[in-house]
Structure formats: structure tokens, C-alpha cells
Design a protein around this ligand. Structure first.
Ligand SMILES: Cc1ncc(COP(=O)(O)O)c(C=O)c1O
Length: 476
């Protein structure tokens, strides 16, 4: 490691001088360095106090200081009780939970007559609620993009067990998108017995934003649509007045860091009515009898919230939304776009001394239909990927926090590297927990894992530049 680095500006083809570690890219509209720094100083001062460049927003967002203060005040001054009771404390919790549900609907522009919000432990919990209750059966279908988080891939186990057919839509390289004709063909094949189409609004691997127009094509052809908004919602407006998937899954900590342990399934009431829950629990039923062994499910969201909801933490979701509103989702989007541009340009400009690229980015190299998640490998002079553990540890030592691995998105990861089913079978044959060295012996030059950097509401340009500097250190 170490050595001088040439920086090629991908636009101008110019090279800046040695040691010039700050790329000079023009700011995109919406970038106001003073306002960004003021927000950082006011709400996220702990980042600078710790000297950290946090670049894992797709892993988890960061909470603002004011969110904590507001929630702390509520808990400190309030008496909140289990909402299944009717006393004063209980009614207060019920009211706060109802207000938070309404705040969620407002945030997404969702009409309460059409939509409802179910609080879940996380996005995975929301996805599982749909998977376990969806009426899959012989003749039915589950259609998935190969680009999906494992918590969506896992739905295929419910579908398979019920005898439904599972189909994946494969990705094209290098952009890691699905061809428009491939989607249309798959959606217009009659979905005998019904079908569920599940895709992410934004990839947690490549940052690709898949077309929300797919929702309408799917509906026109009789499909139900499950939209995974976990990676999209933190820095993009999801307007459920305009887009009407049947189910939307997300985790709140990805939007605003706190609280963890709560997500939501935002569902169209009519679609929810078609789900058949596989069991019942306290809180989710109106009546249950033991002598007669019958039960009646509660209506709408109540029938999907098992046991006692996290009534102390749920109000903090509303406070998180208040914080996002105070900044503005369009402002966050514009800032994330600018920082993504800076990161992509910074990485693309890195070269070894002989001019060979230092970095390969998986997915879109530019800003077209993509969000603020950038996955890449660092290449040595022979073009071989440097072990990601090494890169992560080096970055970490310099206070730059990124994520490494395949990010629970095996489909995008395999497509990015051209990993075949045969190679995966050989890796499985190695037994449980093969080492990176063993996997590389099977995969040859195809790296088994990558580095992921993602930007968010508290990111400043300097955070991005620090990562580029760390990677620049690998030039040889
Ligand atoms: C796109 C996407 N979907 C689903 C999930 C699952 O979220 P959780 O782990 O909060 O359930 C994640 C988490 O990283 C994600 O990025």
C-alpha cells in the first residue's frame, strides 16, 4: 500500500497535482455547504467529536440530537401504559400510537381510507407478515428481481412450500438493472392463481432505483406488488398517492437512526384483506375461545400486530419524521445526489501510477436512476481485488466507516461479478463457513465481497473525500 496517486478527472481528463486529495467538483443544485455544516454542528456534533466519517447509511441512518431530546422529554414527563388496557396511561399510549400511524400516512401522502400502517419489528418483519399470509398455492406465482435483499428472497420459501412457482428476473451488467422487455414479458404472462411481484425501489447493493412504473404494469396484469422501500425511503420521496403498490416494507432506523426495533408494513386495506394469517396472537384478535376453539381476527392493522406494540418507542417514529420534515426530503435527496456524484467521481478518478484503475464500481457509474449507495472493489495493479476485510480495517483505522460483504443481496452481488450457479455449488461443497481464501480458490479473480459506502442526511463533502483518500492510499 501507499505511493503516489494520479487523479484523473473523468470529465476533464485532467490530472491534479500529487497530494491534492480534495477533488474539485462543482456542487449540484441543492448543495448548500453552509446549511449542511450548520445541521451537522447542531444535530450530529458527535460525529465530529469522535472524528468519524460515517458512510453506512444504507446499513443504518443516524439520529439527530433533537430526536433524542424530544423522545426523552416524552418518556421523562409522560405516564404511558400498555394500550390493551383502558386507563389514562393506556389511552395516552393508544393516542400516541394512532397519531404516529397518521404521521406515517401523511409522510407518504397515503390516504387513510386506502392505506393503513402496521408497526413491525423491522422491514424483515413486514416482509414476513406478507409472505406468511399471502395466498400462495399451486398455479400461483412469486416473481422477484434478482436484485433483492435476503429478507425478500426469503419469501420464496413460503411460495415454494405452498406449491407456487418462483421466478427471478435477471440483471444486466454493468448497470445491474432489469431489461424493460424482460419485466414486461414476465408481468404480462397470465398469473394464473394470482401472483406477487416483489422488488426494491432502490437496491441496497448498487443503489439502482428500479422503475416504480412497474407497479402499474403489474397491476394491469393482475399481480399484487410488494415494494421494498428500506433503502429508498431515507433519501427519496415515496408518494403513495402517486404509486400504489399493495404492500410497502421499511425500517425506521434506516430513515432516521432511532428508534431501532421498529419498521412498518404500509398496506392497501383492500390488499390486506386478501391475506390469511397463519396464526393469531394476543392483540390481533377480537374474540378467541378455548372451549369452542374459534377466534375472530381484529380488523385492519390490529389483526397484524401481534402482542403488545412497542408503545414507548413508536412515538419516536413521529419525532424522526418531524426531523426529516424540518430538513425536507427533497433537500436530503438533493444533498445525497451531490455527495454520490462526488464519491463516484472521486473513485473513478483514482489510478495506479501506470494509469490502471484503482477501483471498480458495481452498478451505475453516473447519477441516472440511482441513489446514494456505492459498491466497489479496490484493485491492485494486476486488476485483482484487494481483500475487503483489509480495506475495511484500513478505513476504520482512519475513522472512515464503510460496510463490506455482499450486503444480504446475493443476486446483485453474483450478477455484478458474473458468479455462476456452478461456482456457487462448488462453494457450498466446501462445507459451512468457507474462508475467503477457499472461496477465492473457487472464484478465481471474481471477488466474493465488496466495499459499500452510502451517504445520508448528516454527510458532508469531507466525509466522502476522506474515503477517497483512504482508497487513494492503495495506489501502487
Ligand atoms: C433493501 C433492504 N431491504 C430490507 C432490509 C432489511 O431490513 P431490516 O434488517 O431492518 O429488517 C434491508 C436492510 O439492510 C435493506 O437494505
Amino acid at each position: 500500500m501507499g505511493g503516489a496517486v494520479d487523479r484523473a478527472d473523468p470529465d476533464a481528463g485532467a490530472r491534479s497535482g500529487a497530494g491534492a486529495h480534495t477533488p474539485h467538483h462543482p456542487a449540484l443544485p441543492g448543495w448548500d455547504a453552509i446549511a449542511v455544516q450548520a445541521l451537522r454542528d447542531r444535530e450530529f456534533a458527535r460525529l465530529d467529536a469522535a472524528g468519524l466519517a460515517y458512510l453506512d447509511y444504507t446499513g443504518g441512518g443516524l439520529y439527530a440530537a433533537s430526536q433524542l431530546a424530544a423522545h426523552h422529554a416524552l418518556l421523562r414527563d409522560g405516564i404511558l401504559g400498555n394500550p390493551h388496557s383502558t386507563n389514562h396511561a393506556s389511552q395516552r399510549s393508544t393516542r400516541l400510537t394512532a397519531m404516529t400511524r397518521q404521521a406515517v400516512l401523511d409522510w407518504f401522502g397515503a390516504d387513510p381510507d386506502t392505506w393503513t400502517v402496521i408497526f413491525t419489528p423491522n422491514a424483515s418483519g413486514a416482509l414476513r407478515l406478507v409472505g406468511e399470509a399471502y395466498p400462495f398455492g399451486p398455479g400461483g406465482r412469486l416473481l422477484l428481481t434478482a436484485d433483492n435483499h435476503n429478507s425478500v428472497n426469503g419469501l420464496r420459501e413460503f411460495a415454494r412450500r405452498a406449491g407456487a412457482e418462483v421466478t427471478y428476473l435477471h440483471l444486466t451488467t454493468p448497470e445491474l438493472r432489469v431489461d424493460a422487455e424482460v419485466v414486461t414479458d414476465a408481468l404480462t404472462t397470465p398469473a394464473a392463481g394470482g401472483g406477487l411481484f416483489a422488488f426494491p425501489a432502490q437496491s441496497n447493493f448498487s443503489g439502482v432505483q428500479h422503475p416504480l412504473e412497474w407497479i402499474e404494469t403489474a397491476h394491469a396484469n393482475g399481480w399484487d406488488v410488494l415494494l421494498d422501500a428500506a433503502a429508498f425511503a431515507p433519501s427519496n420521496r415515496l408518494d403513495l398517492g402517486r404509486w400504489q403498490p399493495d404492500f410497502v416494507a421499511l425500517s425506521w432506523y434506516k430513515l432516521f437512526g432511532y428508534p431501532t426495533g421498529i419498521g412498518a408494513l404500509i398496506a392497501r386495506r383492500e390488499a390486506l384483506g386478501r391475506l390469511q394469517r397463519p396464526w393469531f396472537a394476543g392483540g390481533a384478535i377480537d374474540v378467541a375461545s378455548v372451549v369452542l376453539m374459534r377466534h375472530t381476527m381484529a380488523d385492519a392493522e390490529a389483526g397484524f400486530e401481534d402482542g403488545t406494540v412497542d408503545y414507548l418507542a413508536i412515538p419516536a417514529v413521529g419525532m424522526g419524521l418531524d426531523f426529516l420534515r424540518s430538513v425536507g426530503i427533497e433537500t436530503i435527496h438533493a444533498r445525497v445526489t451531490h455527495l454520490t456524484d462526488r464519491l463516484l467521481r472521486g473513485l473513478a478518478g483514482l489510478r495506479h501510477r501506470d494509469g490502471t484503475p484503482l477501483v471498480v464500481v458495481y452498478g451505475p457509474a453516473g447519477l441516472d436512476r440511482r441513489g446514494g449507495t456505492v459498491t466497489f472493489d479496490v484493485l491492485d495493479r494486476t486488476g485483482r481485488a484487494v481483500d475487503v476485510e483489509e480495506v475495511e480495517a484500513t478505513a476504520d483505522r482512519q475513522g472512515v466507516l464503510v460496510r463490506t460483504g455482499c450486503f444480504c443481496n446475493p443476486g446483485a452481488s453474483e450478477a455484478a461479478r458474473g458468479i455462476t450457479a456452478d461456482e456457487v455449488a462448488r462453494i457450498y461443497a466446501l462445507g459451512p463457513n468457507p474462508s475467503h481464501r477457499e472461496m477465492r480458490a473457487v472464484l478465481g479473480d471474481k471477488p466474493p465481497a465488496s466495499v459499500r459506502a452510502s451517504v445520508g442526511v448528516a454527510t458532508v463533502e469531507r466525509d466522502v473525500d476522506r474515503l477517497v483518500e483512504v482508497i487513494a492510499g492503495y495506489a501502487g
